[in-house]
Each structure stands twice: as C-alpha cells, then as structure tokens.
Design a protein around this ligand. Structure first.
Ligand SMILES: [Zn+2]
Length: 277
C-alpha cells in the first residue's frame, strides 16, 4: 500500500487503553482497582468477554461506548464505538480525496473522534502536526477526563482556546512534557521522532528487545540519542516503516509529521490496542 512507502506508520501493541480507563470519566462504569482485587482475576488473555452493552449511543457527530464484562472474573473493558451513521470523510472534507493514500486513516480518526477537521470542510492532511494537536488527540483517546482547569504553562492561558483542556490534562498527567522555561509551545510542529517518543512514553517506555537496530535505514544516524529507543520500539511494532527512495529506506526523524501521517500512526497504534469496537 502507498502509505507503507511513506512514513512512520503506526503499530500498536499494548495495554494502555485499559490502564487509561481507570483514570477517566468512564471510571464509574468500570470496576475500580479495589473492586477487582476482591475477585480472582483471570490469567492474562484468558477473559471470556460477554457480548457487551452499549452505555453511550453514538450519533453522527459523537462517538459511543460499549462495556464488555468477563463472564469468569467480572472484569470489564470499555471500547469506543464510531460515529453513526458513518459519513465518508471525502464528502465532509474537500481536501481529503477519495483516492488518497491516507483516506482510510482519516476516516478512522474522524469516526472515533480522535481528530476533527481544521475547519468545517477542511482536514489539512498535509499541514504539520502541532504540539497542541498531539495533546488534543491523546486527550480524546483518554476519553477527555476532567482536569483541574489550571494551566501549568505560561503560554497556555486562554481557557477558550480549543486546545486548553487538552494541554492542561497533558501537563497534569505528564503526557507531553513542557519546556524548562515554563512554556508548552502549542503551535510548534512535532517531528517524526518526537511523535514516536510521545507514543513510546505513553506505552511506559517498554524495554527494547535485544537484537533490534535501525541499521535498515540509510539515515539511522540522524535519530537523536534521546529518541533512539522510541524509534526502535516504533519500528519493532510496525509504527515506523520508513520511506523508500531510490532503493533505500529513510526514517527522516527530524521531518515534521503531517496530520495525515499522524492519522495513520494513530490508527495502527490504537487498532493494536483493541481500543475500538
Ligand atoms: Zn476474566
């Protein structure tokens, strides 16, 4: 597929979605850690999930939620339901052609409420992803939990800004770090290695399995040392594939991630996590 030639695409593995749920507004719908500890939990992957119950019905503009309960131990998991009825994004966004390499990924992130348009009829797939956008995406993925409402950053002060809640949350939960001078720089572009680092951090920075390196890529040495484990992890999990040029694979770690690339990475990342229904 075309997207495999470009970018870091995403992959996913993991259990972040489950751990996130415990800290979200949905917590009232799921068993708390205390409740879980009173039952005998199944071994990992041994749960027998029921058919699930829809607790929040999706609409054409909002996503829904479905709760599954383990028939053995009573543990629950919550999955997101896409907006319904599903509207093709090429009919909504004039700048998302039906034959583009990224349309399926934009469809996914839009349907699941992770990314909205940059305007009523624009998605801006080729625009750079900003730090504010990253915060907003991860905040949506975490089901937009309540925050203290107080920004930790000197340059995030307008409570009416579309990204305000997301950045307050990101700061409080150390999802996206600020800068030593106390700023967040919401409009700054995010590079591909930075995006890999943010996702790697969300996964709890798992240990890199031995034997993996970036030597398949012609520009492996361009990856900065702080990002190396993150990029290897992303490559290992299929999140980063590199782009093929003249027979060589490139990571372009310092290149700006575009919104279409972010949609692609996110789609793969969350699909691996069993995050959506
Ligand atoms: Zn179970």
């Amino acid at each position: 597929m075309k997207w495999q030639k470009r970018l870091m695409s995403l992959v996913l593995a993991g259990c972040m979605a489950v751990s996130l749920l415990a800290t979200t507004a949905m917590a009232t719908d799921v068993a708390t850690d205390d409740e879980k500890s009173t039952t005998t939990a199944c071994p990992i992957d041994a749960h027998k999930w029921d058919d699930g119950k829809i607790t929040v019905k999706p609409t054409a503009t909002t996503t829904g939620l479905k709760v599954y309960t383990c028939k053995i131990c009573g543990e629950t998991k919550v999955l997101r339901l896409p907006k319904q009825p599903i509207q093709p994004v090429n009919k909504i966004f004039a700048d998302v052609p039906a034959n583009s390499w990224y349309i399926g990924f934009v469809q996914y992130v839009y349907s699941y409420g992770l990314m909205d348009g940059t305007g009523a009829t624009t998605f801006s797939p080729n625009s750079p992803l900003t730090r504010a956008m990253v915060a907003q995406i991860l905040y949506a993925q975490a089901y937009k939990p309540q925050t203290s409402g107080a920004s930790l950053f000197s340059d995030v002060a307008d409570a009416d800004a579309w990204y305000y809640d997301a950045i307050v949350w990101a700061g409080e939960n150390q999802v996206v770090a600020g800068y030593p001078d106390g700023t967040f720089k919401p409009m700054q572009s995010v590079t591909r290695e930075e995006l890999a680092m943010i996702l790697y951090a969300r996964e709890g920075k798992p240990k890199i399995i031995g034997g993996w390196s970036l030597k398949a890529f012609a520009d492996a040495d361009d990856v900065q040392s702080w990002a190396k484990d993150a990029v290897i992890w992303a490559y290992q999990n299929g999140i980063v594939n590199g782009s093929l040029e003249n027979g060589k694979l490139y990571l372009d770690p310092q290149g700006n991630a575009t919104r279409a690339e972010a949609a692609t990475m996110l789609t793969k990342y969350l699909a691996l996590k069993d995050w959506a229904d």
